[in-house]
Design a protein around this ligand. Structure first.
Ligand code: HEC
Ligand code: HEC
Length: 197
């Protein structure tokens, strides 16, 4: 108990430092803390067959799901590195061509939550963060691992499909997405059916 409390406190502090630095001061501190992101033993994505994406908790932060879950699902924070969330939260007035602005307090609270929760060493969503190097991506759908997983899906299932529209709508196909699960065995393309590969 004591230990885990200490760890949580440590992470919160770390998250705090990151947000602080991401909002303008000393971002080198931030990247320094996460330079081990790419040190997974190999880059053979196929090894996913032997590991599991199952151990994820649903996103339960209400403020986040309410403010950020109306135009698309509230993405699990682990799908982007902390620096990405910081950068995104700093520019909500121009959010992929739309305004997703919130008041300052809300912005800082959500930003803290996202940065703290995305600490990559926790859990195996970190495969998503492979091979991004020093970049600060704003799109999950452009991460190398994501592209690798989705590049064989015909566009008539996505852009050509009213019920999907874009790959950003994870939960249109991944039936467990809201619960934090993107397992291959629970994918259903609306209007087309179960995905069997
Ligand atoms: C007014 C609607 C709206 C709100 C509210 C909104 N977003 Fe978005 N968001 C968008 C649009 C539009 C896109 C681009 C989707 C696309 O390309 O199909 C997007 C994309 C994203 C992406 C990248 C998805 C990808 O393609 O990989 C992330 C991450 C994201 N939003 C996070 C957030 C966060 C965090 C919040 C809350 C602060 C938020 N969004 C609130 C409209 C919104
Ligand atoms: C058009 C439907 C569709 C959308 C939208 C979609 N995916 Fe997928 N996703 C798939 C399919 C199909 C596969 C399996 C590809 C294969 O079999 O190789 C997949 C695979 C995955 C995998 C690997 C699963 C595993 O068990 O290894 C992850 C992780 C994933 N998607 C996450 C996401 C996230 C996050 C989003 C939203 C940002 C998203 N997907 C949006 C259809 C979709």
């Amino acid at each position: 108990m004591k230990n885990s409390n200490a760890m949580i406190l440590g992470s919160v502090l770390l998250g705090g430092i990151l947000v602080f630095s991401l909002y303008g001061i000393g971002s080198s501190i931030a990247s320094g803390n996460f330079e081990h992101r790419d040190d997974d033993d190999d880059s053979h994505y196929e090894s996913r067959k032997h590991s599991s994406n199952r151990n994820y908790n649903p996103v339960t932060n209400k403020l986040y799901t309410e403010e950020c879950g109306s135009c698309h699902m509230a993405y699990p924070p682990q799908l982007l590195p902390p620096e990405s969330w910081g950068k995104m939260m700093d520019n909500l007035q121009d959010h992929f061509g739309e305004s997703a602005e919130v008041d300052d307090e809300t912005r800082i609270n959500i930003g803290n939550f996202l940065v703290y929760s995305s600490t990559p060493q926790r859990g195996s969503y970190r495969k998503m963060l492979r091979n991004i190097g020093q970049r600060i991506p704003l799109r999950i759908t452009q991460l190398p691992y994501f592209v690798h997983e989705h590049d064989e899906i015909p566009s008539r299932f996505i852009q050509g499909n009213d019920k999907v529209g874009s790959l950003s709508q994870c939960n249109a196909c991944h039936r467990g997405a809201e619960k934090g699960s993107f397992d291959e065995d629970n994918i259903f393309i609306p209007g087309f059916g179960r995905w069997d590969d």
